[in-house]
Every structure is written in C-alpha cells, then in structure tokens.
Design a protein around this ligand. Structure first.
Ligand code: ZN
Length: 148
C-alpha cells in the first residue's frame, strides 16, 4: 500500500541529517502554504550525486517525500537526477512521466496529485535537490558552500 510506504518514510526517514561531510552545495527551501522548512545538502563526486541529506521541519508528506527522493537519486549522474526530478514534477501535476519506475518509492506520492494544496509538500525535496545541483553548477554562488 502506498500509504504504508509514505508512513514508513515519515517514521524512519532516510538520509535525514543536518550535516554532510564534504558538502558541495546547500539550499534552503520552504513551503509557506504549509509551513514546511527544509535544508538540503549534496556532495558530488565525478558528476554523480555521491550523497544527499535533508533536515528541517514539515508535514508528513514533505518529510516522507524527501526521504523517498534521497533513496531514488543517490548515486545517479547529476543530469539523471535533474531528469528524475522533472519526472516527479510531471507526475505531481497529473501527467504521465516516462520514468515512473525510476522514481522508486516516489511513486507512492502519485495520489497526492489529487490534492493541490499538498502537491508543494511532496515537491519540496525534489525541487530542493534540483536547486542544489544548479547551485553546485554555479547557478547561484551565494548559496554555495565549499567543504564546510
Ligand atoms: Zn507540507
């Protein structure tokens, strides 16, 4: 059951941490509609997402979705992560993405698309990792941190 997957990620989130050794980029995303706040850190090795962690406060959907996201994207090439993030975004807007299976537990949030007010909650982590990669690539140096 998808509900169980979401609850499981909420109760035992994966890659939830306030620090990451060798952080290459850190971003803060929030969802004022719901009150979700999230810090996300990434470490990049050879153009692959070596590690991603998130921390913050938010509703069960935002926390569980971020946890599922970290599992689905860790170890992938950065371009691949951006593509997956776009596939998740499409799914949350009711479209049929090509790479549904690659979203792994992210698929569990498909039903959330029916609740527009919660869509931003589910998207929070996925948009944060996209932003972190763009930050890492120099999109916004102000947010970038080097080996904190
Ligand atoms: Zn929320």
């Amino acid at each position: 059951m998808y509900q169980d997957i979401i609850l499981d990620h909420y109760r035992k989130p994966h890659n939830r941490a306030g620090e990451l050794e060798g952080t290459d980029a850190k971003v803060h995303h929030s969802n004022p509609l719901c009150g979700d706040e999230m810090d996300l850190r990434i470490r990049v090795v050879d153009d692959h997402l070596d590690a991603v962690v998130f921390d913050g406060d938010g509703c069960s959907i935002s926390q569980a979705s971020a946890s599922a996201m970290t599992q689905a994207v860790t170890g992938r090439e950065l371009d691949d992560v951006l593509d997956l993030s776009e596939n998740f975004r499409m799914m949350m807007h009711g479209d049929d993405p090509e790479r549904l299976d690659d979203l792994e537990d992210g698929i569990a949030f498909q039903g959330v698309a029916k609740f527009p007010v919660r869509v931003k909650c589910a998207l929070l982590g996925w948009m944060a990792v996209k932003d972190a990669i763009e930050t890492y690539r120099g999109g916004d140096a102000a947010h970038a941190v080097t080996h904190e």
